[in-house]
Design a protein around this ligand. Sequence first.
Ligand SMILES: O=C(O)CCC(=O)C(=O)O
Ligand SMILES: [Fe+2]
Length: 250
Amino acid sequence: MATPDFQKFEPSPSLSLVEGFTHLPNFLEPEEVQALKDAAAAGPKDETLSTGRPLAATPGVHWHGFPRTHSWQNGAQIASIPETCLPALHRLRHLGVLPARYSFDQAIVNFYPEGCEGIRMHVDRANFDDIIVGFSLGAAVVMDLEPLDTQEHDEAASDPTRSHAKHVLLEEGSVYVFSGHVRWKWKHGIKQGPHRYADEELPLGERTSITLRRLRRPDQKESDDLWMTHQESKKCAQNHLRHLQLVDAC
Ligand SMILES: O=C(O)CCC(=O)C(=O)O
Ligand SMILES: [Fe+2]
């Protein structure tokens, strides 16, 4: 794979529509897009496939919306989702978009069939920590962002230079990062297609997103590894549970 050109991806303020939101179009190299598509097509290695959106409060890779029972192609030389995401996560860390020593332990692979209803406006659950990273594969869509606070909403709406809702074009290979204000104080969602962006109708097609998260735990240890192993993450979760039981018992 070619050496990445970090200069090319320098995040500029114009890429941040809302405080805490970073959008990096074309951030993934074509080889990375292909490797992620292959990993998504191969399906879960040993993780359970879910069709709805359960709590997903456990570490590992969770698969949502896949139309078929998707079984790992045994013996295929295909890297796992976390392994495939790592180079791009390293670049994000190098650019300062991800803080040093912040690690992930969960990925949600969402499949959106062509013309599906998208994903309703929501704030990502509080059992996930401050930073959520999303990779886009397949058809381009528009993600809507809207403040939760009606005051912020009204102020923005009365200022002609700011629209109360923001719209981001998520093309294949783009990466977005939610943290801080936008993570906790804004909601986001994707409407049913076809979408319009800059007066053009976007072609319909299937799309897969991969969002990387970290389960929130008070005793979270900092790590140089970008992906916390299952074992470490499980130990951390057990400690958290013990901590909660102790608190409950008091
Ligand atoms: O498909 C996307 O990029 C967004 C997914 C999302 O918001 C979620 O899984 O919470
Ligand atoms: Fe979300």
